[in-house]
Design a protein around this ligand. Sequence first.
Ligand code: NAD
Length: 256
Amino acid sequence: MGKLDGKVALISGAARGMGEAEARYFVEQGARVIVGDVLEGEGQVVAKDLGNASRYCHLDVTSEVGWRAAVDMAISEFGRLDILVNNAGILRLAPIASTSIDEYMSVINVNQVGVFLGMRAVIPTMTTNKSGSIINISSIDGLVGMAGSVAYVASKFAVRGMTKVAALELGSLGIRVNSIHPGGVDTPMVHMEGFDPASLDQMMSQMVPLGRIGQPIEIARLAAFLASDESSYCTGSEFVADGGMTAGFGIPGAQQ
Ligand code: NAD
């Protein structure tokens, strides 16, 4: 028996990275999944790989019409919608002084407005079902600052706040809403052009108490817990999976 047997999930940004890992693990746990993404080719491959338990939907999270179509697809193909994972996101690195308003807004539109539109799109059907689980992927950058990513940090703090508003508004309707705050995770997002994998490993070994970067499956397992009935008393909460990175700081020479 899987922990998501009979449930239907819509996952944004599921063509690769963490969203792909979530789609694959959710299906392994008995769910059927709509793979939503703007990456048509990669998204189709993931959905095809998952066979009858999955469909690809072209979903740009900044589009209200796109969200409506994705929710409609979940209901027409699989009969219901129980889980939304607001996972799609983009990262742009630049100091505040050289961030243009267009660059700033492009990140806010995907990471922040996208999450708002996603939550709003699933509320009617989850309200009818009197149940649902919404999982918003924020970041440790929604808990602490990170130099060089003003729009990203702003958007991830917003996701954390919106999660709490939604939990307060939707709890009495049987809909739970939680946020996940990953630390560094080994996905295409962290393998940006010009970023050397060896220096990334070295950086993570120095900055993370567990001494390594996270793997997408480690976030997928947490998302599955929040999507499942095992987390039935959790709502409005922040779930950190960062290898201990935000636990505090060490004093040189005081570690084991
Ligand atoms: P990724 O770049 O590998 O995957 C992101 C996915 O989102 C891609 O498939 C991309 O096509 C999709 N996407 C981008 N814009 C979209 C849009 N407008 N509409 C629909 N889909 C869109 O990144 P990832 O690391 O897998 O990131 C997943 C989530 O986790 C993001 O919200 C990210 O901010 C967050 N996160 C990542 C890390 C990390 O270290 N990788 C850490 C903390 C949080």
